[in-house]
Design a protein around this ligand. Structure first.
Ligand code: SF4
Length: 760
């Protein structure tokens, strides 16, 4: 077990934010922890197999792999993710007796994760303060008995994290639906659900409309609400290559992020000894929540340019043949209030004019986005406006152009393709019925926010999580934790400890599983799994390291045994056969899910394969009208009363989702601490506060509940005026469970009205 101490916020050091990303420090920050924690031989074996054709897929973000791969095809954060998982340090048996759950609740995510890999199933009996070892057989029997004892299958909810492979995800949803519920919440509910909703409405499919190769073909790439330097670092290489090929790049972000300013590619001479590559040619420090106004202002300028030079600006053929809604959009944007746009965006008109001119000059435009767009109340209409702007000049369905949501977890997109969704369409359920001979439930199930509400209200009594850390990821931490504590049984299938293992039902189980890096040996031999990246490319992932314990089961094996323990007598599905060899799962996937024909043969091709995508491949749109929809969306700027700020939650550089690799964020100048709030110096002066002071951060919502972060350190930071930022999961306490994005039910973590009060 690791001897690392917990974070001591009194030791925090605050320096200057960086203006460039990666470079030689990126290499040392990647390799140092790897060598220290894994040793040199294990590190080299793991890292040289990462993102290679015969190796394993990075378990961190969903960034795609280039066709021409190098020996080192990973970034600093990928190396940290591998180190986190492949560490040989394990949680010893005595840990469970020495650490009551009440003690685990006092620890940070960082401390919990640094205890090492979980290597034995453990059980917390009712009334006990401790987990204790349990056999696999007894653990599955407990789950099966408890599930069968429920009054209705809808009294259980089954969460999935984005690390889960296609094979495990397909099996899991099959088990859950054979059990009788659609309660399949997942981490996607908290990240790109707004994207899925808005893109399905407008272009008919909620996935990126580009491939990896399109980046190098683009004239202009607009990066919105996204910080690739910390969250998808290999994207910087694609952006550098796009710039080499002549693309312009525009960043739209309230904070100046190092990776969006300059990239020092450690695999190129100019990145090691030179100045690197300037990434953003234009940087718009937009106000939080101002993106929809910006998109409308750009579309308005496109339409004005067309009016001034008829027939030369819009892609008339595309709009006529492939789209509906142009006249309604034109009429709506004719009434756009310029002053409202400037107030909402905090930008100067000249900055918007400059971006509009870039957009009009470019023949091929890509717009990418992430959580900075999807976690607002108006996230869905904002993404619809991104699509409007792209459609006006035919920037969807042609090389070098398109909409590119960047997913945050490696297989979050694949899990949804496999059926991890509380409202899979009837065609999918019909195909399941034909393939497996049972009638899947048809009623909509619960998403993540819905599951917390249901546990809070006593409607869901069993919580099973295939990976992830829901209480760390979701809003309103106190409500979420109390909800899970009301369940009769909570089950976590995990590689390492996190907060969700300390927040338990009356009984609780932790089931340790193999990691992506580890050899997965089953009855028919070593197995591989598959994943789908953010541009719909499906490829295989094969673990290369000896498992850290021979007690571990793969996710597929765990799901298969869960199903057998719960359903053996009620379905004829060969669950044991799935565990013995994963080809049998892929054969079923090929029958059920469009685009996976000959799955077992095609997944063995070197590059895997792209899933079909009608808007991207054919410029056809699977919407009810068969055409892409331009939409009309009402602008409702966020109100910010005097003396208040808008706060967004964000990750540090040494963080992946809720996993905290270290207490540092070197790109933002933070060392040894996380309890900070970044505020513009002029806002600080206006509020009568001083950088370095400790403040209590209160969020303000109409329900009148005082949600507060105590003793957070003010850090003067050059963010957009009126906009503050703090790390999640710590700042999740500020967001009420019912503060969700319209239509997508995603927690609104990016525009939280707060007031700051000096701490006593
Ligand atoms: S860019 Fe993402 S997927 Fe690629 S190595 Fe880095 S963290 Fe892993």
């Amino acid at each position: 077990m690791s001897s690392v101490d917990d974070i001591n916020e009194d030791k925090i050091e605050v320096g200057k934010p960086r203006e460039w990303a990666a470079g030689v420090p990126g290499v040392t920050h990647a390799m140092g922890p790897a060598f220290r924690q894994m040793g040199v031989p294990r590190s080299l074996k793991a890292l040289t197999a990462m993102n290679q054709r015969d190796g394993f897929d990075c378990m961190s973000c969903a960034w795609p792999d280039p066709e021409h791969r190098k020996t080192f095809e990973f970034c600093e954060n990928g190396a940290k993710a591998v180190t986190w998982e492949a560490t040989p340090i394990t949680v010893p048996t005595e840990f469970w007796a020495e650490n009551p759950i009440s003690e685990l609740l006092t620890k940070s995510e960082y401390w919990l994760g640094m205890r090492g890999r979980l290597v034995q199933p453990v059980h917390k009996p009712a009334g006990s303060e401790h987990y204790r070892p349990i056999t696999w057989e007894d653990a599955f029997a407990l789950i099966g008995d408890t599930l069968r004892g429920l009054d209705s299958p809808d009294e259980a909810a089954f969460y999935t994290s984005g690390r889960t492979s296609n094979e495990a995800a397909f099996l899991y949803q099959l088990f859950v639906r054979a059990f009788g519920t659609n309660n399949l919440p997942d981490c996607s509910n908290m990240c790109h659900e707004s994207t899925s909703h808005a893109m399905a409405e407008t272009v008919g499919i909620g996935k990126s409309t580009i491939t990896y190769a399109d980046f190098a073909l683009a004239d202009l790439i607009i990066i919105m609400g996204q910080n690739p330097g910390s969250n998808h670092p290999r994207m910087l290489t694609a952006l550098e290559e796009a710039k080499d090929a002549g693309a312009a790049i525009v960043a739209v972000n309230p904070l100046p992020e190092a990776g969006l300013m300059r990239y020092k590619n450690p695999q190129r001479v100019r990145g090691v000894v030179g100045a690197g590559t300037v990434i953003a040619d234009q940087y718009l420090q937009i106000r939080l929540g101002g993106d929809m106004a910006l998109m409308q202002a750009l579309s308005r300028r496109v339409l004005d340019a067309e009016a001034a030079r008829p027939g030369t600006v819009l892609d008339h053929e595309f709009l006529t043949e492939n789209c509906v809604g142009l006249e309604e959009l034109r009429a709506h944007l004719a009434r756009l209030d310029d002053d409202a746009v400037l107030a909402a965006t905090g930008l100067r008109a000249a900055e918007i004019d400059e971006l509009a001119a870039r957009y009009l000059r470019a023949e091929k435009v890509i717009i990418t986005w992430a959580m900075g767009i999807t976690q607002h109340k108006k996230a869905v209409p904002t993404i619809r406006e991104i699509i409007n702007l792209l459609l006006l000049r035919g920037n969807i369905g042609k090389p070098g152009a398109g909409a590119c949501p960047i997913r945050g977890h490696s297989n979050v997109q694949g899990d949804r393709t496999m059926g991890i969704w509380e409202k899979m369409p009837p065609a999918f359920l019909d195909a399941l019925e034909r393939e497996f001979g049972f009638d899947p439930p048809r009623e909509q199930g619960l998403d993540s926010v819905g599951s917390i509400r249901a546990m809070r209200d006593g409607r869901v009594k069993v919580w099973i999580a295939l990976g992830g850390n829901l209480v760390g990821a979701i809003s309103d931490t106190a409500v979420a934790e109390a909800a899970i504590q009301k369940t009769s049984l909570s089950v976590q299938i995990s590689t390492k400890l996190n907060r969700s293992h300390a927040v338990v039902g009356e009984q609780a189980l932790i089931l340790p599983t193999l990691g992506r890096t580890e050899i997965d040996l089953q009855a028919t031999g070593p197995q591989f799994v598959s994943v789908e990246d953010t541009v719909s490319a499906v490829h295989s992932s094969t673990g290369r390291l000896k498992p850290v314990s021979d007690q571990l089961l793969s996710e597929v094996a765990i799901v298969s045994r869960l199903a057998r323990a719960t359903l053996e007598r009620t379905t004829s599905i060969d669950w044991a056969g799935f565990e013995n060899g994963y080809d049998s799962i892929r054969d079923h996937i090929a029958h059920v899910i469009p685009g996976f024909a000959d799955f077992n043969q095609r997944i063995r091709q070197q590059e895997g394969f792209y899933l079909p995508h009608a808007p991207r491949d054919l410029r056809t749109f699977p919407t009810p009208s068969g055409k892409a929809r331009l939409t009309v969306n009402d602008l409702e700027p966020l109100e910010r009363p005097p003396g208040r700020l808008l706060l967004q939650t964000l990750r540090s550089h040494d963080q992946f989702n809720t996993t905290i690799y270290s207490p540092h964020d070197r790109y933002r100048g933070i060392k040894n601490g996380r309890q900070v709030i970044f505020v513009n110096p002029e806002d600080l002066a206006e509020l009568g506060l001083i950088s370095g002071m400790l403040v209590d951060v209160h969020s303000e919502f109409s329900d009148g509940v005082d949600r507060v972060l105590r003793r957070f350190r003010l850090v003067a930071y050059p963010s957009a005026r009126g906009c503050a930022a703090a790390y999640f999961p710590e700042a999740n306490v500020l967001v009420p469970l019912d503060s969700v994005a319209e239509d997508s039910n995603t927690p609104v973590s990016k525009s939280v009205l707060v007031r700051l009060e000096p701490s006593r």
